[in-house]
Design a binder for this molecule. Structure first.
Ligand SMILES: [Zn+2]
Ligand SMILES: [Zn+2]
Ligand SMILES: [Zn+2]
Length: 201
């Protein structure tokens, strides 16, 4: 009988790479195994104790280690076991057949890219493109001297927010808020030739 192999994958919290390793069933059963990331800063530990198997995984999401116990039977024979981070609910480790583990790891990487992407957007603007367009419209109106305040001032300051832009009169401090979140916000500003800040009473 051919000697079985198991593929183990996890996300290294130190270098943030996915690590995929292969070990023979014999290697895993012989002694407690430490499966390190090539960066050397983290490792998965596998210990088979009779019919129970204990896996300790360093977790990318919560920064802690998760210890999972499963049956040795499923550890050695399941097509693809998935262990989840208790804090985030996301998968942090896969054990199983090479192909299935690789496929699961790829899906996880894609999901992670998306999460990272959403985080970036959240940090900047609600809608990057709309904000960019609204600002360039504002610039055009400003260039033809179209921004003024009812107090008579033509000097103003600009503040860019998450989903809007504020124009402040440099003299009386009154403000005009221009929403910059949706297509209709953009249409509104596009059809304006001038903008007037209304002086606070
Ligand atoms: Zn690493
Ligand atoms: Zn976790
Ligand atoms: Zn003013």
């Amino acid at each position: 009988m051919e000697e079985g192999k198991r593929t183990i994958a996890y996300l290294c919290p130190e270098c943030r790479h996915s690590v995929v390793m292969e070990r023979t069933v014999f290697q895993l059963a012989a002694s407690a195994a430490e499966l390190p990331c090539p960066c050397g800063k983290s490792a998965v530990r596998v210990e088979i104790m009779g019919d129970r198997c204990q896996v300790t995984v360093p977790c990318l999401y919560c920064g802690k280690e998760h210890t999972v116990v499963c049956s040795t039977q499923s550890f050695l024979h399941e097509k693809c076991l998935a262990f989840s981070c208790a804090a985030s609910g996301l998968h942090c480790c896969y054990i199983g057949e090479e192909e299935a583990v690789f496929a699961a790891t790829r899906r996880l990487e894609e999901a992670l890219d998306k999460v990272d992407g959403e985080n970036e957007e959240r940090g900047a603007f609600l809608d990057e493109i709309i904000m960019h367009e609204v600002l360039s419209e504002l610039k055009e109106i400003a260039q033809r001297g179209g921004i003024s305040c009812t107090c008579g001032s033509k000097e103003w300051k600009l503040q860019v927010n998450y989903s809007s832009v504020d124009l402040f009169c440099a003299q009386c401090g009154s403000a005009l808020r221009i929403p910059a979140a949706t297509d209709s916000d953009l249409e509104d500003i596009c059809c304006k030739y001038t903008l007037q800040i209304k002086k606070r009473d």
